[in-house]
Design a protein around this ligand. Structure first.
Ligand code: HEC
Ligand code: HEC
Ligand code: HEC
Ligand code: HEC
Ligand code: HEC
Ligand code: HEC
Ligand code: HEC
Ligand code: HEC
Length: 453
């Protein structure tokens, strides 16, 4: 048994970075590439780098098996009863949230989630006679929800941390230049609040104040697992009704660089959600939610998790239906993009005809070609020229033109593409292509001046 657990743990430790490495490599490659694209061409095969096997595995961490032998219990454990007795006075909000959860109904109590297996387990501390930890990670949840955790780990959500600052000890150490420019104080409540911190454990066994609290979607937990389930299932209700609503995504998917929530709300789909959504069956138990019965528009999780469609299997891998990397400076296809697009289109077919759906994707795809040819190429090529001639400032984010160049692709360039793919005309045009048009003129003018200096 112990051997099997050891093997699982080693697999987990080495599997996670290798997957992350694949994604990172693709992203880095894309950022470096200025001359070639695969818009309307087949996707290149990603370079798969071997993970660096220099991770020290704590033998105690290895011995952590499934924390719970059971999913449901007839009665509440005596340990959990003790927690509740105190915590009803200490943190009444937490107890009342928990009482309204599905966990309370099945007697999954405080101790079942917070217990630690050994004093030397990551984050374990002694607490009124109990050995507990405060950071309940996806690995803890996986004891009872292995399927959802596995799918989550396969998604780009789980590796969101690496894109900003890498992970110490793993091969992923590339730090984002804006991240370094702004520094740790600003980014802890900024970038890292959405992407995740590397939670460190201090001397007293509890997480350090510079890394906790944190609920970033790609948080690196003390037990080595990636992510945080509470980003969508807020503790301690762990509600699915809440996770199904677009507002939960708006915690992160908003703002000038990724306004997916705003785009959705201005789309016809979002209009219908806003006007009729109050009557939809948000509390339907898992596996029984059917949006076709009560509502006639998709929400985020319909298109990105196949949720609410009775003939499709829900997934916690939010990357599963994406064919394009629209967030990159130069758009590129993900591996297996045809199959991913086909699944997305299968979602549309529940309410739209083939012609409506396929033509819509053709219209959106066409905007990518224009983005690349008319906006991306001339400006990036000119910038590359200045870099190669030593005329572009060496220090990142030190002059206004560097910010303008960044916003060109990172703000308006993304908005134009997101708007085109998610039915947001105002973002495609006024916050997107219109601004690209104006900024291209200004950038080219300034860069020509630098060239002639
Ligand atoms: C004797 C009373 C008592 C018992 C029993 C008790 N707690 Fe607590 N717990 C507290 C108090 C007091 C705090 C501190 C609250 C504060 O910081 O404001 C606390 C804090 C916590 C924290 C937060 C620690 C942190 O660093 O943020 C967690 C998690 C926790 N308790 C879980 C549990 C669990 C799980 C159990 C049952 C196994 C339990 N408690 C039993 C009184 C108790
Ligand atoms: C289904 C698992 C689960 C159960 C059951 C559970 N917790 Fe938690 N608890 C969590 C998670 C997850 C977090 C940390 C949130 C995060 O990951 O960002 C947490 C955090 C906490 C914290 C620190 C958060 C804060 O705001 O201070 C306390 C205290 C706590 N739990 C107490 C309790 C008590 C008391 C109970 C029982 C009434 C309980 N928990 C039951 C999963 C659980
Ligand atoms: C000891 C087992 C156990 C652990 C640990 C556990 N859960 Fe659960 N969870 C359950 C059971 C039992 C249910 C009730 C439904 C079921 O049977 O699947 C449930 C239901 C849920 C639901 C569905 C709620 C609904 O409204 O239908 C969510 C979401 C959930 N858990 C999330 C989590 C997360 C996130 C964690 C880790 C922070 C976690 N659980 C840890 C046993 C557990
Ligand atoms: C409000 C939440 C939030 C904040 C704050 C935030 N991000 Fe993000 N970031 C996101 C979301 C959401 C995405 C996904 C965008 C998409 O794919 O359309 C993202 C995407 C990214 C990507 C692209 C990853 C990829 O897959 O190619 C990078 C790099 C990144 N962010 C870095 C940063 C840095 C550095 C900071 C701080 C200077 C930061 N982010 C601040 C939410 C945030
Ligand atoms: C991006 C948001 C999001 C994140 C992150 C997330 N969930 Fe969910 N989860 C959902 C949604 C939406 C549903 C409802 C699916 C449906 O209606 O069929 C759900 C449903 C569930 C259920 C009910 C059974 C099922 O699969 O439908 C469980 C259990 C669950 N999640 C556990 C987890 C665990 C464990 C994690 C962390 C590893 C997690 N979730 C992270 C959005 C999320
Ligand atoms: C706590 C912040 C947070 C929340 C909440 C969140 N996301 Fe994300 N999401 C991110 C970040 C950060 C990224 C970028 C991750 C990366 O590229 O590694 C991302 C990426 C994505 C992607 C792109 C994945 C890919 O492969 O490029 C999709 C789709 C997505 N999120 C959908 C959702 C949906 C739908 C919800 C709500 C149900 C949601 N997210 C909730 C932070 C969040
Ligand atoms: C009608 C279906 C639909 C709905 C509803 C929807 N999306 Fe999307 N989303 C798409 C499509 C289509 C794409 C582009 C897919 C591709 O890459 O081929 C996309 C792309 C994305 C991306 C990836 C952008 C990138 O960087 O490549 C994110 C993140 C995202 N959506 C988040 C959300 C969020 C958050 C919501 C709700 C507020 C939402 N979506 C609602 C269909 C939808
Ligand atoms: C659950 C049903 C449902 C699903 C699934 C769905 N839609 Fe829709 N969609 C609608 C309804 C209803 C309207 C409003 C039609 C009207 O205006 O009369 C609509 C409107 C539209 C419009 C017209 C608005 C505009 O901006 O042009 C487009 C385009 C569209 N959907 C594309 C898609 C795509 C692409 C998908 C899949 C990624 C999809 N839809 C999935 C129900 C759905």
């Amino acid at each position: 048994m112990k051997k099997m657990l050891l093997a699982t743990m080693i697999f987990f430790v080495s599997a996670a970075p290798s997957h992350a490495d694949q994604i990172i490599n693709q992203a880095i490659k894309d950022m470096m590439r200025h001359e070639k694209s695969n818009v309307s061409k087949p996707a290149p095969t990603p370079v798969v780098k071997q993970p660096v096997p220099n991770i020290t595995v704590d033998p105690v961490a290895v011995s952590i098996g499934p924390l719970a032998q059971q999913r449901t219990f007839k009665t509440l454990s005596t340990q959990s009863e003790a927690c509740i007795q105190c915590h009803t006075a200490v943190t009444p909000g937490i107890v009342s949230d928990w009482q309204q959860s599905m966990h309370a109904k099945d007697n999954v109590g405080c101790y079942e989630c917070h217990k630690s297996p050994a004093p030397s387990a990551p984050g374990a501390f002694e607490h009124n006679g109990f050995l507990i930890h405060v950071v309940v990670s996806p690995k803890d949840c996986s004891a009872c929800h292995p399927e959802e955790t596995k799918q989550f780990e396969e998604s780009r959500h789980a590796v969101a941390r690496e894109f900003i600052a890498g992970v110490p000890g793993l091969a992923l150490t590339r730090e984002n230049t804006l991240f370094s420019t702004l520094g740790p104080v600003i980014t802890t409540r900024g970038c890292q609040a959405c992407h995740g911190t590397v939670v460190k454990i201090g001397k007293n066994g509890q997480p350090t104040p510079d890394t906790w609290p944190n609920q970033g979607i790609g948080r690196i937990n003390p037990d080595g697992s990636f992510g945080s389930c509470t980003t969508c299932h807020t503790r301690h209700r762990f509600s699915i009704a809440e996770a199904r609503k677009p507002e939960v995504c708006a915690n992160c998917h908003i703002g000038p660089d990724h306004p997916q929530y705003e785009i959705y709300m201005e789309s016809k789909h979002g209009n219908i959600y806003a006007t009729r959504g109050a009557h939809w069956d948000w509390n339907a138990p898992p596996g029984t939610w059917n949006i076709l019965k009560t509502g006639d528009a998709p929400v985020c999780v319909t298109c990105h998790m196949d949720a609410g469609l009775p003939d499709m299997k829900t997934t916690h891998n939010l990357s599963a239906n994406l064919s394009w990397a629209l967030q990159a400076p130069l758009t590129y296809h993900y591996p297996d993009w045809q199959a991913k697009q086909a699944t997305m289109q299968e979602v549309c077919y529940h309410c739209h005809s083939t012609a409506w759906t396929v033509n819509y994707f053709k219209q959106a795809d066409a905007t990518l070609v224009v983005y690349e040819d008319r906006y991306y190429k001339p400006v990036f090529e000119m910038k590359q020229k200045l870099v190669s001639e030593g005329k572009w400032p060496g220090k990142p984010f030190s002059t206004p033109i560097q910010f303008k160049f960044f916003q060109y692709w990172h703000h308006e360039g993304r908005r134009a593409r997101f708007g085109a793919f998610m039915e947001g005309p105002d973002y495609e045009l006024w916050h997107g292509f219109y601004e690209l048009e104006l900024d291209k003129i200004e950038l080219m003018k300034q860069m020509e001046k630098m060239e002639n200096k």
